[in-house]
Design a protein around this ligand. Structure first.
Ligand SMILES: [Zn+2]
Length: 264
């Protein structure tokens, strides 16, 4: 039952074996909510009381008041999911434009509308070409077009090298982002680092669309430059006090890192 849609909290009790549950809601229920409530009553009333001489009560174990509340569910989810929610926070809290953050969020969840996805839901017919536009060799699925395609892989490797790192290919977009956002570094450096995968994912997808819909030829070197310039422009446009120029960021990134790490 989707409690958060019904009210901030519910409470209820029944007495003995013959009594039925009464559940108090904070506001009147809508028609669809009443159906949900009836399902809940059926479920509750199907349970035999453990003790006929004592009152059954609803007790919400999470939260000190022992009453259901949306905030206690949120806190429970947060403590249960841990790093997953931290990653969501990283995707949404950075200096990339919101449409780019949204795309990053879709990519993280594997919800990008690839050709194979569009064919599966019937938007593309069964004869449509759903092969990757970059390598022309594999079916276009999310992890391929954003990570495993040799064309895309060269882009990721080049950008990681730009940062001064060597790396190993992750098994999925999710795994890649887990690793990326889990890297520890100084605050300002982390702000630059955190926006890079979003710039890459966004740039790959835009380039893919240009190739699919405008007949542009894939060009990974140009794409590398576009990613670097996007990162630099978003950093410069953000409220953070970056003293570095776009030129510094694009062409002398490792010098910029050196200055940040040594407080320069
Ligand atoms: Zn490919």
């Amino acid at each position: 039952m989707e409690g958060e849609h019904i009210s901030g909290w519910i409470s209820g009790q029944r007495r003995g074996v013959a009594g039925s549950w009464t559940v108090g809601f904070r506001r009147a229920l809508l028609a669809w909510e009443e159906q949900e409530a009836n399902r809940l009553y059926t479920l509750l009333n199907s349970v035999t009381p453990l003790c006929n001489t004592k009152t059954d009560e609803l007790i919400w174990a999470e939260g000190t008041s022992r009453m259901f509340s949306v905030s206690s569910v949120y806190n429970w989810c947060e403590s249960f999911l841990g790093p997953k929610l931290d990653m969501a926070g990283t995707i949404w809290n950075n200096c990339a434009p919101s449409k780019v953050q949204f795309f990053g969020w879709l990519a993280w969840h594997g919800k990008v509308k690839t050709s194979s996805f569009l064919q599966r839901i019937g938007i593309l017919d069964s004869n449509a070409n759903i092969v990757c536009v970059f390598c022309q060799n594999e079916i276009e699925i999310v992890d391929h077009i954003l990570l495993f395609c040799p064309f895309v892989w060269r882009l990721w490797s080049n950008i990681v090298k730009w940062w001064g790192l060597q790396w190993v290919l992750s098994g999925s977009v999710n795994g890649l982002l887990q690793w990326w956002f889990g890297c520890k570094m100084k605050k300002l450096e982390k702000k630059i680092w955190a926006v890079i995968p979003l710039a890459i994912l966004w740039s790959i997808w835009k380039h893919r669309n240009d190739c699919v819909f405008s007949d542009i030829q894939p060009n990974w070197e140009e794409l590398c430059d576009i990613v670097k310039v996007r990162v630099a422009m978003w950093i410069k446009a953000s409220p953070m006090d970056a003293v570095f120029s776009i030129n510094d960021l694009v062409f002398n990134l490792q010098q910029v890192q050196y200055c940040i790490r040594n407080g320069g």
